[in-house]
Design a binder for this molecule. Structure first.
Ligand code: GRF
Length: 207
């Protein structure tokens, strides 16, 4: 399509490995007129992941990676194929919404400083898995979620925005996780909207 006919909206790709409630929050914000972007590809590393159902309901194109040998990363050629699919879809911002593999060179090089992630803790505290449980076990009074730029350090890129929740007396890992997810569903669309309308600055591609 000639570039003059391309949508003027920010083109995003969304990657997820799980139920896709954060992706659903993006779709809901779009439907409510709170977020004006175009989702040009939804990708997953897990065949049958819930995020694919949301993509299908919204009639959005989806891509499922070939099954690899590892749980925590994709083989370079599988990640390269995913990166190429996202580039072909003209993705300008890649959103990790519950994508559970560590990103390697193929995606990082294809989208330098153009990938954001939602993480269920107030980074830099508690990077890694089950961050809500880590916060609870550490006796934190406050927990929350963070959207940050993605680089080669796991959950270590520049923080964009956070939302916090109080840790309540009697909280279990599950109850705390649920309250954090409520905030995630507000935070992620808010950040994407801020990037789309220029309220949130974009880093240079080479920084
Ligand atoms: C979210 O809690 C997010 O913080 C973490 O993975 C979870 C994904 O949930 N990175 P969902 O698939 O969006 O429901």
């Amino acid at each position: 399509m000639p570039s003059s006919k391309k949508s003027q909206l920010l083109r995003i790709g969304v990657l997820g490995s799980g139920k896709g409630s954060n992706f659903k929050a993006i779709l809901d914000a779009m439907a409510d007129g709170k977020l004006d972007v175009e989702v040009t590809l939804v990708g997953t590393d897990i065949a049958g992941a819930g995020i694919l159902d949301h993509a299908a309901s919204a009639h959005l194109p989806a891509y499922t990676c070939e099954k690899g040998a590892y749980k925590t990363k994709l083989e370079p050629e599988i990640e390269q194929a995913l990166a190429e699919a996202l580039l072909k879809a003209d993705v300008e911002l890649l959103v990790l919404a519950g994508y559970m593999r560590v990103l390697k060179a193929p995606l990082l090089a294809a989208f330098p400083n153009r990938i954001i992630n939602i993480h269920p803790s107030l980074l830099p505290k508690f990077p890694g898995l089950e961050a809500w449980r880590q916060a609870l076990e550490a006796g934190e009074r406050e927990a929350g979620c963070t959207v940050h730029w993605v680089n080669e350090v796991i959950d270590g890129g520049a923080i964009i925005r956070q939302r916090s929740v109080s840790v309540l007396e009697g909280d279990t890992a599950e109850s705390l996780q649920q309250r954090i997810q409520v905030e995630e569903h507000l935070l992620l669309p808010e950040v994407i909207a801020g990037l789309a309308n220029g309220d949130i600055p974009w880093p240079s591609k080479s920084s």
